[in-house]
Ligand binder design. Structure first.
Ligand code: GDP
Length: 364
């Protein structure tokens, strides 16, 4: 699955947002995961296609359960100004943030005299730069240590070490200019084991009060401008409202959103933008037993997608039966779809598309 780490200065609304996430996850139907670490919450990816398919495969009283795919949010505490100096960022912090695929950077865009701002005033750009500087310094510190080791190895005529040392030097040059690693262009792809944070895509989460959900205030406009210059996306939410929404049954939540004048909850938007940012798509397995969504990367081929279901299915993959979800709805089930000739047989080179229903034929 996809994991998004939540970072931001203290008092910007991270915990409020994270609590909304865990509550939303706990209330979601068919919540298949019982044990979750305290700093990890799961939000299902909203997908209306699944309900339509569940209706198609309903037989009398037997309604196939819907198992949506989900996004994991990781609450990454411990980031304050100066955190990367002295003792450095805590090991727990680094371990947590290195595991995530993307970063949701929460920025305070609400005014509230009762909520103290760590820098004494609301200034989203200054806040963003404070956090970004800490992340850059953390990468710089880690990479400089790695470079020393690589240079030692390179002296022993280790060719890989020599190439990696050169790459590390290129990245260090970018970081030293105060830029995130993702802003540079390099001779080679950055290996995962470099453990860099600033290679990860960032989504800015502008946390506003209820009044600014429909209309941007000046702070949100500043964040949008800053993000646009970086090519990053912005999701505007109200962490407080998300907390309230997470407590409501679905129909009540929908009415509340309508009242607020917004189409979908901030969490749903965040999930969608996360999907988009990381180039993810959904494919579906569907029948009378269950209707289930799976997350894969755009461009993945059928065997890799099968491996998402079970690693045996990737190894034993022979071919797949594939049909678009809406064709399945129209045909009213597998038998109907087959008799209409809408079920295609695809081989190992087939590139999966969003909304494909797949049935894997295998020799396991
Ligand atoms: P964290 O330190 O980033 O985790 O921040 P918290 O989630 O603990 O929020 C800090 C304070 O800001 C709490 O008192 C929240 O109730 C309040 N807060 C969070 N979001 C909003 C918001 O959208 N509007 C207002 N007025 N207060 C908020």
């Amino acid at each position: 699955g996809l994991a998004i780490g939540i970072v931001g200065l203290p008092n910007v609304g991270k915990s409020t947002l994270f609590n909304a996430i865990t509550r939303a996850g706990a209330l979601a139907a068919n919540y298949p995961f019982a044990t979750i670490e305290p700093n990890v919450g799961r939000v299902t990816v909203p997908d209306e296609r699944l309900a339509a398919l569940s209706r198609v495969f309903t037989k009398g009283e037997r309604v196939p359960p819907i198992i949506p795919t989900f996004v994991e949010f990781v609450d990454i505490a411990g980031l304050v100004k100066g955190a990367s100096k002295g003792e450095g960022l805590g090991n727990q912090f680094l371990a947590n943030i290195r595991e995530v695929d993307a970063i949701a950077h929460v920025v305070r865009c609400f005014e509230d005299g009762n909520v103290i701002h760590v820098a004494g005033r609301v200034d989203p750009i200054d806040d963003i730069e404070t956090i970004n500087t800490e992340l850059i310094l953390a990468d710089l510190g880690g990479l400089e240590k790695r470079l020393q080791n690589l240079q030692k190895k390179a002296k022993g005529n280790d060719k890989d070490a020599k190439e990696q040392a050169e790459l590390a030097e290129q990245i260090i040059a970018v970081l030293s200019e105060g830029k995130p690693a993702r802003a540079g262009t390099y001779d080679a792809p950055i290996p995962k084991e470099f453990g860099l944070i600033t290679t990860k895509p960032v989504i800015y989460v502008a946390n506003v009060g209820e009044d600014n959900l429909t209309e941007d205030n000046a702070y949100v406009r500043q964040v949008r401008e800053y993000a646009a210059a970086e090519g990053a996306q912005v999701v505007k939410i109200s962490a407080q409202i998300e907390g309230e929404l997470a407590e409501m049954p679905e129909d009540e939540a929908r009415a509340f959103l309508e009242e607020l004048g917004v189409q979908e909850s901030g969490l749903d938007q965040l999930v969608k933008v996360g999907y988009d940012t990381l180039g993810l798509i959904t494919f579906i397995t569907s029948g009378e037993k269950e209707v289930r969504a799976w997350t894969i990367r755009r461009g993945e081929k059928a065997p890799e997608a099968a491996g998402e279901i079970h690693s045996d299915l990737e190894r034993g993959f022979i071919r797949a039966e594939v049909i678009e979800w809406d064709k399945m709805v129209e045909a009213g089930g597998w038998a109907g779809a087959k008799s209409k000739g809408w079920v295609r047989t695809e081989g190992k080179e087939y590139v999966m598309k969003d909304g494909d229903i797949m049935n894997v034929l295998h020799n396991m």
